[in-house]
Design a binder for this molecule. Structure first.
Ligand SMILES: Cc1ncc(COP(=O)(O)O)c(C=O)c1O
Length: 256
């Protein structure tokens, strides 16, 4: 029953200055945000913006859900501390998951928040799915306590960075003259914006015929007609090249 409303972002993340007016206009009850390696744009919220969001949440008594699914997946430098680390009011529910770093099939995530809220959510979870698998939780606890997680992260970061570099290289080669993008400093995604709008449906199905599945920008922002979210996390380097080449060729043809 949630009614979601997107908030505009700039290079530093969600525009904090617009939160109050959006809240009034749409009756907003809660701010959901992905400060580090945002899905789908790959952006990282700056430290200054994090401070602004925290003080806003304090001033306005605005609860925040901070989704930190990608925060551990940085390449050269850690993102700024989570919002939750600066929360002295208990306004923030902080979420993490093993889905992006270890295995989505484990279905293990965690949250940090005020105890009464956790108790309530745990109860709802119990009523919804009887709780997560004990076996998965046991494996996850072992993984964390034996130091495998940190070791594994070092490997994942290295591998992901290789893929990011390859994806950027193929983008430059095949789409350098028809699109722009920011090079992500971590996470899974590159948000690619073509210079002109695309007929989204023809673009999507044209690529599907070539066995390339893209996430058009309109999935994330209903008005968007010229962006795609590119994930470099899973495909082999060969498939990344095939996919990016096909997307660029199709976009080039349709933009004419
Ligand atoms: C920002 C964000 N949060 C959470 C998830 C999903 O996590 P989980 O598999 O733990 O439900 C995703 C996966 O796409 C994601 O992008």
């Amino acid at each position: 029953g949630m009614r979601l409303r997107g908030l505009p972002m700039d290079g530093e993340g969600v525009k904090a200055g617009l939160v109050s007016s959006y809240r009034k206009q749409y009756g907003g009850q809660l701010l959901y945000t992905i400060p580090s390696f945002h899905n789908p744009t790959g952006k990282v919220m700056s430290e200054q913006r994090r401070k602004e969001i925290i003080s806003l949440s304090k001033k306005e008594q605005l609860p925040i859900i901070e989704d930190d699914a990608y925060g551990d997946l940085w390449f050269e430098k850690k993102p700024p501390q989570p919002l939750k680390a600066m929360d002295h009011e208990g306004n923030i529910l902080y979420l993490g998951t093993f889905s992006k770093t270890v295995s989505p099939g484990l279905r293990i995530g965690w949250l940090a928040g005020p105890e009464p809220v956790i108790e309530r959510l745990a109860d709802i979870k119990m009523q919804t799915d009887y709780g997560s698998s004990g076996l998965s939780q046991w494996a996850a606890a072992e993984w964390l306590s034996q130091g495998y997680y940190e070791e594994h992260l070092t490997w994942v970061r290295r591998k992901l960075k290789e893929r990011r570099d390859a994806a950027v290289h193929f983008l430059e080669r095949y789409a350098g003259d028809i699109a722009t993008w920011r090079i992500p400093a971590g996470g899974f995604y590159i948000w690619v914006t073509f210079h002109k709008n695309l007929p989204v449906s023809r673009f999507f199905y044209g690529l599907l015929k070539r066995q390339v599945l893209v996430n058009p920008g309109c999935i994330y922002d209903g008005e968007d007609r010229n962006s795609i979210r590119l994930s470099y996390s899973y495909a082999s380097l060969g498939d990344l090249e095939t996919g990016i080449k096909a997307a660029a060729e199709t976009a080039r043809r349709l933009m004419m």
